[in-house]
Design a protein around this ligand. Structure first.
Ligand code: NAP
Length: 260
């Protein structure tokens, strides 16, 4: 057992790889700034989800975990309970560990909803009549879809593989873009260090009527956002969502209240 077992409460992030993560810095600075003692936040890059059991056995002081790529769905069979939001989304990004029990939550939902609401309210006065394209169909995309449903924003899935409920990128024509003014990138395209890549779209069909939200937050201005800006679109990165989901996770780990 390493020195990490010396802390009263250990928190951390599981995923693989974890080189792009802001979470350790975020929580370490929070503990420092808010004089939270006896707590530590560590990165746990586990090559297989099966390694979660070993991690828990090695660190009996683990009080909470965040979950990122590629385990947001793979972690479900390891959990004892799921919050209603996590169950609806089918993906977990936050685990509370208490008395040997693992409870799963999805704070991407809270982070994205709060951020999208205030952005659209400020920029546009609301989202009435707006239609969206959700680019990508992974764990974060499901949280995005849950929020869009809740806000009453109709949306279309876009995937590398076409299917009954999803368009392929090749099917996204200028006409499709003209009919959908909110574009949400939930793919990892453009994330550092691959900053040159972006979803394959006819960007020249975008206009100042479009709103591009990128869940990627590193770099601050992604290639997707740059391409939208070039056409006069309003753009936003995922940093506010990241902070929102982290704070929601902290509330779940430290209070009796359950998240969404
Ligand atoms: N800002 C935040 O707080 C926040 C929160 C969560 C996630 N994120 C970011 O959101 C991104 C996705 O996270 P995730 O957990 O949903 O990942 P994920 O489960 O791996 O899903 C990503 C989806 O993107 C699509 N995709 C993957 N590689 C692609 C490629 N090379 N080209 C085109 N599409 C590709 C895939 O959909 P198809 O197979 O259907 O094409 C895939 O299902 C990451 O960059 C992550 O950092 C940000």
């Amino acid at each position: 057992m390493g020195p990490l077992t010396n802390y009263d409460r250990l928190f951390g992030l599981i995923g693989y790889p974890l080189s792009h993560s802001f979470s350790k810095k975020y929580f370490s600075e929070k503990f420092e700034q808010e004089s939270i003692t006896g707590a530590c936040y560590e990165l746990f890059p586990i090559p297989e989800i099966e390694d979660l059991s070993v991690l828990l056995a090695q660190h009996p002081n683990l009080a909470g975990l965040n979950v990122t790529i590629p385990y947001k769905q793979a972690v479900l069979p390891y959990l004892d309970t799921l919050s209603p939001g996590a169950a609806a989304v089918g993906a977990v990004n936050t685990i509370r560990c208490t008395a040997g029990k693992l409870e799963g939550f999805n704070t991407d939902v809270i982070g994205f909803e709060t951020s999208l609401r205030s952005w659209l309210e400020d920029a546009r006065g609301g989202w009435s009549g707006m239609k969206a394209l959700v680019l990508g169909t992974g764990g974060a995309a499901k949280a995005v879809a849950f929020v869009l449903d809740r806000l009453g924003i109709p949306f279309q899935w876009v995937s590398r593989t076409a299917g009954p409920n999803r368009l392929s990128y090749r099917q996204i024509t200028s006409e499709v873009l003209s009919a959908h003014h909110l574009l949400i990138n939930t793919t990892p395209l453009g994330m550092s260090p691959h900053t040159g890549s972006k979803p394959d779209l006819p960007y020249n069909a975008l206009s100042s009527a479009h709103y591009l939200y990128d869940l990627v937050y590193n770099p601050a201005v992604t290639a997707f956002m740059q391409a939208g800006r070039h056409q006069g679109a309003t753009v936003k990165n995922g940093l506010e969502m990241l902070h929102g989901q982290a704070e929601a996770a902290w509330r779940i780990w430290t209070t009796e209240e359950h998240g969404k």
